[in-house]
Design a protein around this ligand. Structure first.
Ligand code: SAH
Ligand code: SF4
Length: 345
């Protein structure tokens, strides 16, 4: 008989299923706590009665996630994992330490369909969606390995979260549950390349997360060249969705802008960007672009980035330069999996 993936059940669903078998609700909570500590073998869940452990083993499985590679930054302690999933596919995840605690960057897909030209994940194409359970498992595995508690999540690893909408929303709802991993929505950021209909759907969910939009360009001409998604939903449509999102949720949007030398980083580009974002409740994150093997893109100089930021600020747009973490371990996502793939070829 096929077993059910235990991690894919919400706390409520698990409680219901155990209740129907005559077990009290607190058993579901105990099981979550074990999973949270990285224990996936029912026999090791020693506070459960023996008959329950047997029932669990018959009906459920807990898909494993194993660490294939792990790099630790000597500069700032950032940890980058390459995780292997049950079917042998691999995804990356990064654990970063901030003043307020540990933040983890998660993957939502193996690969990505969106094909952004500057992105290592995009280069490798799309393989499959991750399940909500596989997203939770990345947190559990990192927490257990590093011996820390993750207090905030960014969905900025491999994949386009809004192209895996149902599983991502399911994952977000699971995070909000008591017990288990439990991270409040105010500590979650979701980054999208701009899948406009899904932004509208997300608005309806009333999940108070922080929405990040990967903009990376001040106009359609530049954006369509590096982000094919822009040909489907051009900037006007995307920015209209952003304004609607802000109006509906009252929440500030964060725009990601990777600074690429000679491509999107002039003062004129900054002025154009500021005009388009005029009056919006938003913040612009300037990110020196990361080099990707086989791509000639170079990051803008510090002076260029500074000057770009000044233009934005003078025009009333909130902007900061993102601090680079894990510079020595190539902490931007998509690179480690590619290296591993290429070694295997
Ligand atoms: N697919 C989503 C989330 C994952 S990508 C998205 O595109 O938003 C996470 C972030 O990394 C995005 O802002 C993406 O544009 C950015 N990114 C991708 N490749 C990069 C690179 N080489 N240098 C800097 N940022 C990059
Ligand atoms: Fe996909 Fe995001 Fe990379 Fe674009 S930047 S290819 S959307 S992961």
């Amino acid at each position: 008989m096929a077993t059910i993936d235990l991690r894919s059940l919400s706390q409520e669903e698990l409680t219901e299923q155990l209740k129907s078998k005559g077990y009290p609700a607190f058993r579901a909570k105990q099981i979550r706590e074990w999973l949270d500590r990285g224990i996936t073998d029912f026999e090791q869940m020693t506070n459960l009665p023996k008959d329950l452990r047997q029932t669990l083993a018959e009906l459920y499985s807990v898909p494993g996630i194993t660490i294939v590679r792990k790099l630790v930054s000597a500069i700032d302690g950032t940890v980058k994992y390459l995780f292997q999933l049950d079917d042998g596919e691999t995804v990356e995840s990064v654990l970063m330490q901030y003043k307020h605690g540990w933040s983890q960057c998660l993957s939502t897909q193996v690969g990505c369909k969106m094909g952004c030209t500057f992105c290592a994940t995009g280069l490798g194409g799309f393989i499959r969606n991750l399940s909500a359970a596989e997203m939770i498992a990345q947190i559990e595995a990192a927490q257990q390995d590093a011996g820390v508690r993750v207090s905030s999540i960014v969905l900025m690893g491999m994949g386009e979260p809004l192209d895996n909408y149902d599983q991502v929303v399911r994952f977000l709802r699971m995070l909000g549950e008591e017990g288990g991993v439990h991270i409040g929505m105010r500590h979650i950021s979701l980054s999208t390349c701009g899948v406009v209909p899904a932004i509208y759907r997300l608005m309806e969910e009333q999940i108070p997360l922080t929405l990040s939009i990967s903009l990376h360009a001040p106009n359609d001409e530049i954006r369509s060249r590096s982000m094919p998604v822009n040909r489907r939903w051009p900037m006007d449509e995307l920015l209209r969705a952003c304004r609607d999102y802000i109006a509906a949720t009252g929440r500030r949007i964060s725009f990601e802008y990777a600074m690429i030398d000679g491509v999107n980083d002039s003062d004129a580009h900054a002025a154009e960007l500021a005009d388009r974002l005029h009056g919006m409740l938003c913040h612009v994150n300037l990110i020196p672009v990361n080099a990707v093997a086989g791509k000639s893109q170079r990051r803008s100089s510090r002076e260029r980035i500074r000057s770009f930021m000044d233009v934005l600020q003078k025009k009333g747009i909130n902007a900061t330069v993102r601090r680079t973490l894990g510079a020595d371990i190539n902490a931007s996502c998509g690179q480690l999996r590619r290296q591993q793939d290429q070694q295997g070829e």
